[in-house]
Design a protein around this ligand. Structure first.
Ligand SMILES: *[C@@H]1O[C@H](CO)[C@@H](O)[C@H](O)[C@H]1NC(C)=O
Ligand SMILES: *[C@@H]1O[C@H](CO)[C@@H](O)[C@H](O)[C@H]1NC(C)=O
Ligand SMILES: *[C@@H]1O[C@H](CO)[C@@H](O)[C@H](O)[C@H]1NC(C)=O
Ligand SMILES: *[C@@H]1O[C@H](CO)[C@@H](O)[C@H](O)[C@H]1NC(C)=O
Ligand SMILES: *[C@@H]1O[C@H](CO)[C@@H](O)[C@H](O)[C@H]1NC(C)=O
Ligand SMILES: *[C@@H]1O[C@H](CO)[C@@H](O)[C@H](O)[C@H]1NC(C)=O
Ligand SMILES: *[C@@H]1O[C@H](CO)[C@@H](O)[C@H](O)[C@H]1NC(C)=O
Ligand SMILES: *[C@@H]1O[C@H](CO)[C@@H](O)[C@H](O)[C@H]1NC(C)=O
Ligand SMILES: *[C@@H]1O[C@H](CO)[C@@H](O)[C@H](O)[C@H]1NC(C)=O
Ligand SMILES: *[C@@H]1O[C@H](CO)[C@@H](O)[C@H](O)[C@H]1NC(C)=O
Ligand SMILES: *[C@@H]1O[C@H](CO)[C@@H](O)[C@H](O)[C@H]1NC(C)=O
Ligand SMILES: *[C@@H]1O[C@H](CO)[C@@H](O)[C@H](O)[C@H]1NC(C)=O
Length: 574
């Protein structure tokens, strides 16, 4: 009995579990609840919010919003670590007061028509970091008071000409990091209150001037990191107060707007400009171009000018801009400076002259820069530096860089600390100071320990001696080492030469021995031949004489007796 009951209970539980997992696992509705929910706003009704974490929908499921009272005042809603795929249905009907919706990074694939038809209080919509590939016609209809729309970092390749239809009050649209190749000239026809727009990091090659036609209020346009080759001079003709224009990292060869000025910031760095026209802009960045000519209008407004890595040979058009605060002309082939070159730049705070081919500094050159805080003179092949020339003018200097020159000592009678009482950063690396001298330069009282040292990276991987990480030349050691190794190598080569000679002599002697042996053999053979010849001759003569009888007989007799004697002695022995 008990067993049967148990089984029944188990079966019921199993069925329940199956049905529950069935609704959440495949197909059907998924309930959406707020994890953190403050329907009325704890302190302030404007702070009522709902956040959802770890909510995941698959392709075959629908989101159903549950247990939310109709009178809720939720104004802010955000999803964390969630996958939505589509905008939840009836979201704005459930939260009629929603002002801010953040559905960034939720794998949204597509925005369907009417998704925002009830979003009548929505002012900020964040759809960044999703998987949108296109924005269809009129999808935002209903979001009548939307102010800010962020569609950055999706995969958007097509924008319908009516994508932003109905957004009559919108002031900011961000499309950074998508894959747009072109913009329809009527894309913003409904958005005359647009103030800020970004297409940074797309694939745009041209912008038709009509795109910004109606935008009288546009203040900031960010088009950096595209492939723009041209901006029509009338592009911002209607804009009454264009403040910031960012065109960095494009392919522009020419840039000039007709009868227009950009008030705050103009960024044109990393293009292919050969000349630069500026009309009353406070901050201009135009580094990494090929600029050799500067055409300035209302130049007294210019405060910051970054022209580094260009081809300027003359800076005469900028050295009379008396209100300039920051000037960077580093890495330009400017060449020698005159004593009076900077005489009018009395307000300068920062001056970068790195890699400009200066070679020599003269007394009086920086005598008007009493507000100067940063001076970069690195990589200029300076062979001498007299700190006296900066006294008593550069008392506010905080950063002084002379790295990468040919300095081996300081002329004059002053240390860095004496010269620049406010110094915070000093660069003296990659010069020719010897170690004892550098030690004296970089240790108190010549230099306060609090001063940070700039170190320019050196490709030389060899270990070098250094003082406070600034490498130096250890003269005595180096020269000693050098002479040692020189002598050593000289000796070695001597020895080598000698041993070679010895080898040669050895081989010669071996040759000689061979010759000698050969000669010996030859001599023996010759001697033998001569002997044989002589004997034959004598024998022949004797025979001849015998035949003719001219020979003495006694000798033969004597011979014969000797032979006899010998036989006799032999006999007696036996
Ligand atoms: C929300 O929009 C409705 C109109 O759709 C309006 O009546 C209501 O006042 C709005 N609420 C807020 C808080 O703006
Ligand atoms: C969305 O894009 C991300 C990154 O490209 C990818 O990992 C993810 O799987 C995509 N999601 C869907 C639902 O396609
Ligand atoms: C350009 O826009 C992007 C975002 O859209 C922003 O992060 C970047 O800072 C902007 N650049 C400038 C110079 O304002
Ligand atoms: C410079 O800008 C002013 C508006 O501030 C404009 O009237 C003038 O025509 C511009 N000059 C040039 C040369 O574009
Ligand atoms: C500058 O011009 C040279 C040749 O005239 C070219 O090789 C180089 O790429 C150009 N640099 C830029 C930044 O346009
Ligand atoms: C600037 O350079 C461009 C391209 O080389 C050229 O078309 C333009 O006429 C130049 N502008 C001035 C004012 O010299
Ligand atoms: C200096 O400005 C004048 C007039 O604007 C211009 O003609 C000249 O080419 C400029 N020179 C340099 C080197 O930029
Ligand atoms: C600077 O000098 C140039 C000529 O080199 C002149 O056209 C320009 O008006 C001067 N600018 C100022 C602010 O004096
Ligand atoms: C130095 O003066 C000469 C002659 O006045 C001038 O041509 C040159 O442009 C000046 N150089 C600098 C860097 O100011
Ligand atoms: C500076 O010296 C380096 C090598 O010592 C040389 O390659 C470079 O051309 C010099 N620069 C100038 C502007 O003389
Ligand atoms: C060097 O400086 C010291 C004080 O710092 C001063 O007493 C001395 O007279 C100076 N010598 C010369 C040659 O200027
Ligand atoms: C180090 O350099 C200083 C300044 O040039 C010089 O007076 C000194 O003799 C040098 N010392 C050595 C050991 O070479």
């Amino acid at each position: 009995m008990i067993n049967k009951l148990d089984r029944r209970i188990l079966a019921v539980i199993l069925i329940l579990v199956r049905s529950v997992s069935g609704t959440t696992g495949s197909g059907g509705d998924v309930p959406l609840r707020c994890d953190e929910y403050d329907s009325m706003g704890f302190m302030d009704v404007n702070e009522a919010f709902c956040t959802v974490t770890g909510f995941t929908v698959t392709h075959s499921q629908n989101i159903v919003i549950k247990n939310i009272p109709p009178g809720n005042m939720v104004k802010f809603m955000k999803f964390y670590e969630s996958t939505l795929l589509y905008m939840p249905f009836h979201l704005f009907e459930t939260f009629p007061h929603l002002k801010t919706l953040d559905v960034s990074n939720t794998n949204i694939l597509e925005l369907t028509r009417n998704a925002f038809s009830a979003a009548s209080n929505l002012t900020y919509l964040n759809l960044a970091y999703n998987n949108l590939t296109s924005i269809q016609t009129s999808v935002f209809i209903g979001a009548n008071v939307l102010m800010r729309l962020d569609l950055s970092y999706n995969d958007i390749t097509t924008l319908s000409v009516n994508a932003f239809c109905g957004l009559h009050t919108i002031s900011q649209i961000f499309l950074t990091g998508n894959r747009l190749k072109e913009l329809h000239s009527d894309i913003f026809k409904d958005n005359e209150y647009l103030e800020k727009v970004s297409f940074e990091g797309n694939l745009l090659t041209t912008i038709q001037p009509e795109v910004f036609r109606n935008m009288r209020r546009i203040k900031e346009v960010n088009l950096s990191n595209n492939q723009l080759i041209y901006i029509h001079p009338d592009t911002f003709a209607e804009a009454a107060s264009l403040e910031n224009l960012v065109l960095s990292y494009n392919q522009l060869r020419n840039f000039q707007l007709t009868e227009k000025n950009i008030v705050h910031q103009l960024h044109l760095d990393n293009n292919h400009l050969t000349n630069l026209t500026i009309n009353a802009t406070r901050f201009v960045r135009a580094s990494h171009n090929n600029i050799s000519e500067l055409i300035l209008h209302q130049s007294l407004h210019i405060e910051t000018l970054d022209l580094s890595a260009n081809r300027l040979t003359s800076i005469s058009n900028i050295t009379n801009i008396t209100y300039m605060l920051y000037l960077d002309v580093s890495d330009n082939p400017i060449g020698p400076l005159n004593v009076s070159t900077f005489a009018q730049l009395k307000r300068l705070r920062g001056l970068n002259l790195r890699g400009t081919g200066i070679r020599e500094l003269k007394f009086g050159m920086f005598s008007k820069q009493k507000y100067l805080e940063e001076l970069d003179l690195s990589f200029n092949n300076l062979t001498s530096l007299n700190l006296d020339m900066f006294v008593p003018y550069l008392t506010n200097l905080k950063k002084f860089l002379v790295d990468g020159n040919e300095l081996w000592e300081l002329q004059g009678n002053r240390s860095f600390s004496d010269t620049f009482p406010q110094l915070q950063k000093l660069g003296v690396s990659r010069n020719r100071f010897n170690c004892s001298y550098l030690h004296h330069l970089l240790i108190p009282p010549s230099l306060a320990e609090s001063v940070v040292l700039n170190i320019e990276p050196d490709n030389n991987l060899e270990e070098t001696p250094h003082i406070r990480d600034v490498s130096c030349i250890s003269r005595s050691l180096e020269s000693l080492n050098a002479s040692f190794t020189a002598e050593e190598s000289a000796l070695e080569s001597h020895i080598q030469r000698l041993s070679k000679q010895l080898e040669i002599v050895g081989s010669h002697s071996r040759n000689l021995e061979l010759h000698l042996a050969f000669m010996q053999v030859f001599a023996y053979v010759l001697g033998g031949i001569v002997l044989v010849a002589a004997v034959t001759l004598v024998t022949l003569r004797y025979l001849k004489n015998q035949r003719s009888g001219r020979y003495d007989r006694s000798s033969i007799v004597f011979h014969s007796t000797a032979t006899m004697d010998a036989t006799m002695t032999l006999d007696s022995d036996q």
